[in-house]
Design a protein around this ligand. Sequence first.
Ligand SMILES: Nc1ncnc2c1ncn2[C@@H]1O[C@H](COP(=O)(O)OP(=O)(O)OP(=O)(O)O)[C@@H](O)[C@H]1O
Ligand SMILES: [Mg+2]
Length: 287
Amino acid sequence: MRTDKAPKTPSVAMWAPPAPRVIAVTSGKGGVGKSNLVVNLGLALARQGLQVLLIDADLGLGNLDILLGLTPAYTIHDVLARRKSLAEVVVEGPEGLRILPASSGIPEMADLEPHQKLFLLNELENLGEHLDVVLIDTGAGISRNVLFFNLAAQEILVVATGEPTSITDAYALMKVLALQHGERRFRLVVNGVPHPEDGQVVYRTLLKVTERFLGEDIALDYLGVVPHDEAIGRAVLKQQPVLQIYPKAKVSRWITELALRLWASSPPTVSLSNVKFFWQRLAQTPM
Ligand SMILES: Nc1ncnc2c1ncn2[C@@H]1O[C@H](COP(=O)(O)OP(=O)(O)OP(=O)(O)O)[C@@H](O)[C@H]1O
Ligand SMILES: [Mg+2]
């Protein structure tokens, strides 16, 4: 059921490219707000009439389903065991959101056999026909799995807070992705800071170090900020996205604006931006 009164924004669905954009939401340090951002950005985009799939790629601690109050019956494990199709595993969330849940006990995607990756590729291609955007919650850190999903996506959103540890860890993650894997473009979302202006401060700090140590061809763009708001914690307790349960909270407006900015910004490789490409890269990523 749709809880109305979302911030009034023009529909952008008519500008949607024909193929899905695949965007990884990632961080160096844990607990910076990735999963909440994925859920709420996804909802904001769905409210624009876009078809959205959320992938919970935090295979150890995945919790998108918990944030949405869902109890998925199946996981990717059932797909790999050929018991279920991917379409059967994907669960329907609020307002048409679709979620591919994580599962404990499944092998790291990085450890899958090439034929298993290709099988998943086929499964996702079928799903991809109906999608505009795929948001991947990668989990935190620089584990193989986190790197793997970042490399497989075409766009990387790095989330950091104002804490020095979060900033340092965001830099460490970008460093590995840039120097060891050739990633060149990142976008930054600053979350949980007391004032919106603090976002720019975090951005400038990270920009200085990335330009200095990772090379001049690295692009770090500032997507925006989501200030600290108690409404998020309350929404988490109620297992509903803040956009749904507190649509009038300030933070819901910030997140909606962020989602619109994200959608309006051009993906780095338009011609290749589709799910098929994502899964092909995933199948080929030698990690
Ligand atoms: N803008 C915000 N204002 C206030 N609290 C927030 C905000 N963003 C996130 N939080 C709180 O921070 C906590 C962590 O959020 P979340 O689970 O989304 O982080 P995460 O980066 O996905 O963590 P992990 O790395 O463990 O997966 C949650 O309890 C949430 O309530
Ligand atoms: Mg999380």
